[in-house]
Design a protein around this ligand. Structure first.
Ligand SMILES: [Zn+2]
Length: 252
């Protein structure tokens, strides 16, 4: 959809890292150098962090939870405060089934177009909404559109949140996505031989995967392909000896 193109168009402005399927980070070089590996979600070896953005959504999130239960995996759900406000029982269900809640902001706004006080207010409102309605305290913050501005970084720090982006994405917002294309996009740049190597770099090896459990900012019903791609991902992860889990698990 148009705004999705714009959404990731904004990320494209960030730099060449996108060519490798990795989101652009901040545009400030020293931030990129110091934080890039952690920001792009490179965690422990033999492990994939599974993350979902944009929920909780009454149309789809419970189906993701059922599928994850069936496959035996936990994940981190980056929720929008506005969606939590509308669907608090689903947000609590995510917690009660053993998953982790991260913050995606209160509204799905591009931080490049907001003032620092505006970004700080949005992050604080989203954080408070999750704390008040789910009785859990998020650890992680992923900005809408993957655009991490200096305002985002400072606001996240002031709110006690750790910023994180992702390593690979399923492009599950695209009109033509299928479970197979999503699975391919998620895994094509992951080399299990190097990613699972405990010798070369045991602490910084496993990637973080980005999917969406809601179509609220994507093509209508795109979540159906996303949820179905989980079966393919589970099979591939088993074959390649990856565990799948939450971000907190990923950075143990
Ligand atoms: Zn989003």
């Amino acid at each position: 959809m148009g705004h999705k193109v714009l959404r990731y168009g904004a990320v494209l402005a960030g730099g060449s890292a996108l060519a490798h399927g990795i989101p652009a980070v901040a545009t400030i070089p020293f931030v990129r150098i110091k934080l890039f590996s952690k920001l792009s979600g490179l965690g422990r070896a033999n492990h994939l962090a599974l993350t979902f953005d944009d929920g909780p959504d009454p149309k789809s999130t419970l189906i993701f939870l059922d599928t994850l239960d069936q496959l035996g995996h936990k994940a981190t759900f980056f929720m929008l405060g506005l969606m939590v406000e509308r669907n608090p029982s689903i947000a609590r269900e995510v917690v009660s089934r053993g998953h982790e809640i991260g913050l995606h902001g209160y509204e799905h706004i591009n931080h490049l177009y907001r003032t620092f006080p505006g970004v700080l207010a949005d992050i604080r409102k989203g954080f408070d909404t999750i704390v008040n309605l789910t009785d859990t305290t998020p650890t992680w913050f992923r900005p809408p559109y993957g655009v991490l501005s200096t305002s985002s970084l400072i606001s996240a720090k002031l709110t006690g949140l750790k910023p994180i982006l992702w390593t690979t994405w399923g492009k599950d917002w695209e009109d033509s996505c299928t479970p197979e294309t999503i699975f391919h996009n998620l895994t094509k740049s992951i080399d299990p031989n190097s990613t699972n190597s405990r010798i070369s770099n045991p602490r910084m090896a496993g990637p973080t995967l980005l999917l969406h459990d809601s179509d609220c900012t994507s093509q209508v019903s795109s979540w159906i392909s996303s949820v179905n791609s989980l079966h393919l991902l589970d099979k591939w992860a088993t074959e390649n000896q990856f565990g799948l889990g939450t971000l907190s698990d990923h950075f143990l």
